[in-house]
Design a protein around this ligand. Structure first.
Ligand code: UGA
Length: 445
């Protein structure tokens, strides 16, 4: 099939390479000529496992085209995916300017039937606005359908997630749209992956409700981890014991420094607003947000309790990305932690396998905040190591080498990546989340 994808960001690009991989011919449209120029050469603006390789492969096979000409993009196919940004507005509500802009463009340039599909995360009933805008701005009375087909891609494994979905959700209003989706997703249906066909409003809600539920799980386990610290139980064991219950599941019960990224913080806020507009007080989610942000404060308290005076201490910090396998630092806990440690006048030695360049935009390389290209180099002379992101290379790091490089073997781990017993045996002073008993500010090891 021929497919047009509007917006060449992380969702748009993954959708583009994913559909090409399934055997379709895809045109990706973006307003930024420089981005299109780079993409046409196979250079991806984002770091996403497998994306560049697939991009280059399909460009060579002529299955992916790029253009900054929206008219050309719209003429290319009858199936148009909206993958433009829906950032957080001032009040926490999603800013839908780019959705309206793209809808107007479609209205202006469409000359035959189009199926217009929302893939970006949007508030419930956005499809009704898209429909209205297209009707208002269309020059002729051309038939079209609006549908919702939310993405459930995780940053870092987006391409894998596209090719291996748990389920596909589509919300349609006509048989014609339903049949197009059946053809489009047939390769997945043949593999037994559930295709849930519902209304656009339900599809829109499924996305926000799913992300918010996962955020609830994270904040819940983080609160239980606090209790663990009081009573001397190990949160990892508690989560494992809970996780074997199929109704609960082990996923997203990893206690730590809380969630970040471009999705959960924004989507939880937007969902609260959506409920508020309907006269519903979604206090549960407000609490989830509050708990999440308080993780950072609690972690800083842990650092201070472990190190006492922060001023002039050499502190190494591993992990700046909001999670592993990405260079994304949006809403990353590392930002608040580094800001506070800078304020307290620590000498920071930062390392991340991918996110350092992005981080430098907020915290430039300076005398007191230095970046290192090697994780062991960052440890030289350090009086403590703080771990914020659970990259595999940290999990697999050589503990003896860590100890040899540091001035003092103190680790404060926000992601529980090492077994406390092993750390004790190796001679580390090791602090983590919900795994040691804490009493009135003293940490008992
Ligand atoms: C999330 C969802 O998982 C995707 O299904 C969804 O498509 C995507 O948002 C989106 O809306 O586009 P993503 O933000 O890429 O994906 O990352 P996750 O892997 O879900 O992690 C989100 C945050 O939760 C990270 O900061 C991670 O460190 C944290 N987390 C996750 C925990 O603290 N504990 C856990 O057990 C799991």
């Amino acid at each position: 099939m021929k497919i047009t994808v509007i917006g060449a960001g992380y969702v748009g690009l993954t959708t583009t390479v994913g559909f090409a991989e399934l055997g379709n011919e895809v045109t990706s449209v973006d307003r930024l000529p420089l981005k299109i120029e780079k993409l046409s050469k196979g250079i991806s603006p984002i770091f996403e496992t497998g994306l560049s390789e697939m991009l280059q492969k399909h460009i060579k096979q002529n299955k992916i085209h790029f253009t900054d000409n929206i008219e050309k993009g719209i003429a290319f196919s009858e199936v148009i995916f909206l993958c433009v940004g829906t950032p957080q507005g001032d009040t926490g509500k999603a800013d839908l300017c780019q959705i309206e802009e793209a809808s107007k463009d479609i209205a202006k340039h469409m000359k035959s039937y189009k199926l217009i599909i929302e893939k970006s995360t949007v508030p419930v009933n956005t499809h009704q606005w898209v429909k209205r805008v297209i009707k208002r701005y269309a020059k002729e009375n051309i038939e079209f359908d609006i549908a919702s087909n939310p993405e459930f891609l995780k940053e870092g494994s987006a391409v894998y997630d596209f090719m291996n979905p748990d389920r596909i959700v589509v919300g349609v209003e006509s048989d014609r749209a339903r049949e197009i989706f059946k053809r489009l997703y047939n390769p997945f249906v043949e593999k037994g992956i559930p295709l849930i066909i519902t209304t656009p409003s339900a599809a829109e809600l499924i996305k926000h409700a799913s992300n918010s539920f996962l955020a609830i799980k994270i904040s819940y386990i983080n609160m239980v981890s606090e209790l663990c610290e009081k009573v001397g139980a190990n949160i990892d064991m508690v989560a494992e014991g809970m996780g074997y219950d199929k109704r609960i599941g082990r996923a997203f019960l990893q206690a730590g420094i809380g969630y970040g990224g471009s999705c959960f913080p924004k989507d939880v806020k937007a969902f609260i607003k959506i409920a508020e507009e309907q006269g519903i007080d979604f206090k549960l989610l407000e609490e989830v947000e509050k708990i999440n942000l308080s993780r950072r404060v609690k972690f800083l308290k842990k650092i201070k309790e472990a190190l006492w005076i922060i001023k002039d201490k050499n502190i190494a910090l591993w992990g700046l990305a909001f999670k592993p396998d990405t260079d994304d630092i949006r809403e990353a806990p590392s930002i608040d932690i580094v800001r506070e440690l800078e304020k307290a006048k620590a000498n920071l030695r930062l390392y991340d396998p991918q996110a350092m360049e992005n981080f430098k935009d907020i915290f430039p390389d300076s005398k007191h905040t230095r970046y290192f290209n090697d994780k062991y180099e960052a440890l030289k002379g350090a009086e403590a190591l703080i771990i914020i992101t659970e990259w595999d290379e940290f999990i697999e790091a050589d503990l003896d080498k860590i100890k040899d490089n540091m001035k003092l073997p103190i680790i404060i781990d926000g992601r529980n990546i090492y077994p406390p017993q092993v750390m004790k045996e190796k001679g580390f002073e090791y602090y983590s989340i919900g795994r040691e008993k804490i009493n009135n500010g003293d940490i008992w090891k």
